[in-house]
Design a protein around this ligand. Structure first.
Ligand SMILES: NC(=O)c1ccc[n+]([C@@H]2O[C@H](COP(=O)([O-])OP(=O)(O)OC[C@H]3O[C@@H](n4cnc5c(N)ncnc54)[C@H](OP(=O)(O)O)[C@@H]3O)[C@@H](O)[C@H]2O)c1
Length: 253
């Protein structure tokens, strides 16, 4: 099992996953776009198991690399240092944030397939991107705990998927293999498995502001492996691409 995890992107998701990895006894190397010196506070908080590096240097130390960037930056990831590595893709494409990408808008491919094309020497697995970053940290549970949730995983390489499944198990989640990167649209933003199943049912009649507040404070809900399969089977490739959570949340206008 991998002992050192590299992170390219140390924002909301990167930090939550790094905290879980450190809690599980793993070492982490964090990186971002602005340089290792800007991560001093985070490293101090994560403790002795953490250090900061440039993206290229971070990947040297690890077999498993978590990439957690706004999707528009995916082609800035350095292919050479990532060659041969397993890459966990937590990213989603949001046209409003990332700019329009025709082949995604026309659903001719998936964002994870585009990442795999860019990192052709790496083994991309889409995982750990369908919960919000708050619950992602707080809902993690050891194997055997009745409150442990499962998340979907897709990828083209069975060995890489198995390694990512082991990593997820170590940090507190079950994994459900739902296919290849071509199937990864089933757990993209806006699909039935995205975020909301992992949060308790909201009260009725909230306006947008109340809904946002509720989302930050709401208790978690447990999502079983069977439920992951049901929800990802229900996904359809219709409607607008890259829906934000606000578009999905049931609010009174
Ligand atoms: N937030 C959530 O709850 C959530 C849930 C599921 C999935 N996601 C997806 O996960 C991804 C990350 O989301 P987030 O909320 O963690 O984003 P975020 O808080 O904005 O963090 C983004 C990170 O990426 C780094 N970055 C940007 N460009 C880079 C580059 N070229 N090289 C290296 N690092 C770079 C940023 O570093 P600098 O600050 O130095 O630029 C920052 O550390 C997104 O695609 C998002 O859609 C987010």
């Amino acid at each position: 099992m991998t002992q050192t995890i590299a992170f390219i992107g140390s924002g909301n998701i990167g930090r939550s996953l790094a905290r879980l990895a450190v809690d599980a006894g793993l070492d982490v190397v964090m990186s971002n776009s602005r340089g290792p010196e800007t991560l001093a506070d985070l490293i101090a908080e994560l403790g002795d198991q953490a250090r900061a590096a440039t993206p290229a240097a971070a990947t040297e130390a690890a077999d498993l690399v978590v990439v957690s960037l706004p999707f528009h930056a995916y082609d800035k990831l350095p292919p050479e240092p990532l060659r041969g590595k397993i890459v966990i893709d937590t990213m989603h494409y949001f046209p409003e944030r990332d700019g329009r990408i025709e082949e995604l808008d026309e659903r001719r491919t998936t964002s994870s397939e585009m990442l795999q094309r860019h990192l052709s020497g790496s083994h991309v697995v889409k995982a750990l991107g369908n919960m919000d970053f708050l619950r992602l940290y707080s809902s993690a549970r050891l194997s055997g705990d009745l409150e442990r949730s499962a998340l979907p995983v897709t990828g083209d390489d069975a060995v890489a998927k198995a390694e990512v499944t082991r990593f997820m198990d170590t940090i507190g989640y079950g994994a459900v293999d739902i296919g290849s990167l071509a199937d990864s649209w089933r757990h993209e933003a806006g699909t039935p498995i995205n975020v909301l199943p992992y949060v308790s049912e909201p009260p009725k009649g909230l306006n947008q502001e109340q809904a946002n507040h509720w989302m930050f404070n709401a208790p978690a809900a447990v999502v079983s492996a069977v439920r992951v399969k049901e929800l990802t089977d229900q996904a359809t490739r219709t409607g607008r691409v890259g829906l934000f959570l606000e578009d999905l949340f049931p609010v009174d206008s």
